[in-house]
Each structure stands twice: as structure tokens, then as C-alpha cells.
Design a protein around this ligand. Structure first.
Ligand code: E4P
Length: 218
């Protein structure tokens, strides 16, 4: 399972990269705004800064909602750096743009996916990644994990190569459950990755080992 971090915060991206388990970054316009990154040039520069920190894929989202606009913006984003994956919304024009980019060998991440039918369409259009939003479904008392399970089954039935990128991860158990049902990638906050480290018996055991060592080596 690949681990992506869902943020535009360079400090957090560096911390995750230094842990040695990071495979990529996803961003969206809200995450960029949260970091105060505004204006086209600053936004493009920020994507390059992120690419220079991580080794893996960096999703950069188009703002245009029409086909021509998405193509223009997506091509510009893809030219920025070889690690860029063009993030496109799940709309009619988005599906057309996904097919266009896929035919041109430009990698894509189809975002804002909330149903198995949308995920099927994204795979048919040749998406590199499809992003079902787990946490946002859970927020409205709908089982987000079940959606990922459905997509896994559909993709396996037909051998689609589109990778399932479990997005809108909120906590560590989302990560563990996504791994159990076979999501290819998860993207979440740094805390959802760091939470995997924690177990009280590890802390107690380590303290005991160190105390016993200290007793015999005074
Ligand atoms: C996906 O790529 C999105 O950036 C993201 O995971 C959205 O998560 P949220 O529901 O926490 O905003």
C-alpha cells in the first residue's frame, strides 16, 4: 500500500518524507488556501517545491471546470515536473479530460468520487488514480469503506489498472481498514500515519529493556 500525505504544508511533508515511508502527496485548492498560497505563479512554484521534497507522485488540481480549460491547465501542470499527476474532478468534462490526458500519457487522479459508478467511469477513461472520499461519506452516515470495497471488486473483475486512492482519510483506523480491503493508496493527514506507530506495550517494553540494561551496566 502506498502512503500519500494530504497537505500543502511543506513542514509536514518534510517530516513525513524523513520518516522514510512516504510515496507521494495530494493537494487540493482548499489545502493550498489553508497554507496561504494564492496567485497562479505562487501556486505553481509551491507544486515544484513539494516535488523537490518527495520522491513520489504529487497531485495538482485543475481549477477550470470546462474541457478546454482543464486541458490547458492540466498540460501546464504536467510540464512543471515529472512527478506531477493532474487532478481532475469527476464531472462529464472531467471524464473527457481524463481520457484525453490518458491518451497523451499524462497521469491523472480523478477526485471527488462518491459512488462505484463514478469509479467505473474513471477507470474506463484511463485514470491513473481514482479518489473515493472515505471520510466525507462517513460524515453523512454512509459507509465509506464499503464504497472502497465495491470499487476493489469492480476493478478486480475487469483487471482495471487504475489505482484506488482512498482519500479523505481522517484517522489511523481508516488507514488500517483500507489496507485490509486492498486500497492501493491512502492519503491522509500526517497524524493518521504517525498513529500507526503507537502501542502502549511498545512503550512499556522499551522502558523495561532500558531499565534492565541500566541495572547491569552501571
Ligand atoms: C483528496 O485528494 C482530497 O485532497 C482529500 O483527501 C479531501 O479530504 P477532506 O475530506 O479531509 O477534505
Amino acid at each position: 500500500m502506498k502512503f500519500f500525505i494530504d497537505t500543502a504544508n511543506l513542514k509536514e511533508i518534510k517530516e513525513a518524507q524523513e520518516l522514510g515511508v512516504l510515496d507521494g502527496v495530494t493537494t487540493n485548492p482548499s489545502l493550498m488556501a489553508k497554507e496561504g498560497i494564492t496567485g497562479k505563479n505562487n501556486i505553481l512554484k509551491h507544486y515544484v517545491d513539494i516535488c523537490n521534497i518527495v520522491d513520489g507522485d504529487v497531485s495538482a488540481e485543475v481549477i477550470a471546470t470546462d474541457f478546454e480549460g482543464m486541458i490547458k491547465e492540466g498540460e501546464e501542470l504536467a510540464e512543471l515536473h515529472e512527478q506531477i499527476v493532474v487532478k481532475i474532478p469527476m464531472t462529464k468534462d472531467g471524464v473527457k479530460a481524463c481520457k484525453y490526458f490518458s491518451d497523451k500519457g499524462i497521469r491523472t487522479n480523478v477526485t471527488l468520487v462518491f459512488s462505484a459508478g463514478q469509479a467505473l467511469l474513471a477507470a474506463k477513461a484511463g485514470a491513473t488514480y481514482v479518489s473515493p472520499f472515505l471520510g466525507r461519506l462517513d460524515d453523512i452516515s454512509t459507509d465509506g469503506l464499503y464504497l472502497i470495497q465495491e470499487i476493489r471488486e469492480i476493478y478486480d473483475n475487469y483487471g482495471f489498472e487504475t489505482e484506488i486512492l482512498a482519500a479523505s482519510i481522517r484517522h489511523t483506523m481508516h488507514v488500517v481498514n483500507c489496507a485490509k480491503i486492498g486500497a492501493d493508496v491512502m492519503t491522509g493527514p500526517l497524524s493518521s500515519i504517525l498513529g500507526l506507530l503507537k502501542h502502549p506495550l511498545t512503550d512499556i517494553g522499551l522502558a523495561q529493556f532500558l531499565a534492565d540494561y541500566a541495572k547491569g551496566n552501571q
